[in-house]
Design a protein around this ligand. Structure first.
Ligand code: AMP
Length: 291
């Protein structure tokens, strides 16, 4: 029987509250182990597992958190429809070397009377920021809590959510949280679609359209390498192509400085192209380095 095929061992791999989490971390610390944290909202896929592998390569022990954070959901996105299967998630996470999965209840993270919100300006002023009011406040507040609860040496985040990665780096820097924020590359399906828990919302027909986002972002990126002054034109063309290819709406297509996220009118490295589109029930985001 595999390690996680045994139900009691499976229970041992899960921390249900902060006390259990802290107890495990304290034991590891006593033995001199280094600790990595990989925050997720569950609905585990190969993208998440690549973050665990990265964490594993850098630290002795890896904690994955699986918490669907209500405060980072938009009013339009149904929190209750978010895919959840704890047993499957824990099995997958443990199979790639996760040492502990932190699965807190909502009331452990947000007990009655919870009143604190951490808010970051600057990096959140563009891209997803204005379109998802309160989203990044929800993210940084819960991530701060996870950092303080587990006190890891490093935390790994995906470049798939590149704006989030930079925002969290800023958070750690601004608040002197002693954790190294490590970025990991986007894992894609064979056809180029960035893996995402939200891909499960796509119908068969929409799933065929979805990889066009990556293809069109790549084409726009190639165009500005050849014509650096054409950032706006390339983004406009990409937007039109996305709509022609069946996406229902384009929230944004922007070329931005890869560290400040300032929109660029002329391409100059380091830069990335970012896209957010609507397709059926899903909102898909993607971004690539222009090089
Ligand atoms: P989520 O569960 O969607 O909140 O994502 C948890 C973490 O996994 C975040 O750091 C994401 O950026 C990262 N992630 C999500 N999808 C991917 C992917 N396709 N490749 C790499 N990392 C990803």
């Amino acid at each position: 029987m595999s390690k996680v095929g045994n139900p009691s061992l499976m229970t041992q791999m899960i921390a249900r509250d902060v006390l259990e989490l802290r107890r495990a971390v304290a034991e590891w610390r006593q033995k001199g182990h280094t600790v990595a944290l990989v925050p997720t909202m569950g609905a585990i896929h190969a993208g998440h597992l690549s973050l665990i592998s990265k964490a594993k390569s850098l630290c002795d022990r890896v904690i994955a958190s699986a918490f669907v954070n209500p405060t980072q959901f938009d009013e339009n996105e149904d929190l209750n429809a978010y895919p959840a299967n704890e047993e499957e998630d824990v099995r997958a996470l443990v199979s790639v070397g996760t040492n502990l999965v932190f699965c807190p209840n909502r009331k452990d993270i947000y007990p009655e009377g919870f009143s604190t919100v951490i808010s970051i300006s600057g990096l959140t002023s563009g891209l997803c920021g204005p379109l998802r009011p309160g989203h990044f406040d929800g993210v940084v507040t819960v991530v701060t809590k996870l950092f303080l609860q587990s006190l890891p040496d490093i935390a790994v985040f995906g470049e798939k959510d590149y704006q989030q990665l930079l925002v969290i780096r800023q958070l750690a820097k601004d608040l002197n949280i002693p954790v190294d924020i490590v970025g990991a590359p986007t894992v894609r399906e064979e056809d180029g679609l960035a893996m995402s828990s939200r891909n499960r919302y796509l119908s068969e027909k929409e799933r065929v359209i979805a990889p066009e986002l990556y293809r069109i972002l790549k084409m726009a990126a190639e165009r500005v390498i050849v014509r650096p002054n054409d950032c706006e034109l390339s983004c406009r063309n990409a937007r039109a192509e996305l709509l022609e290819n069946g996406f229902e709406a384009v929230d944004y297509i922007n070329i931005c400085h890869a560290e400040t996220l300032e929109p660029l009118t002329a391409y100059k490295p380091p830069a990335r192209i970012f896209g957010a589109v609507r397709l059926g029930k899903a909102r898909l985001i993607d971004n690539i380095l222009i090089s």
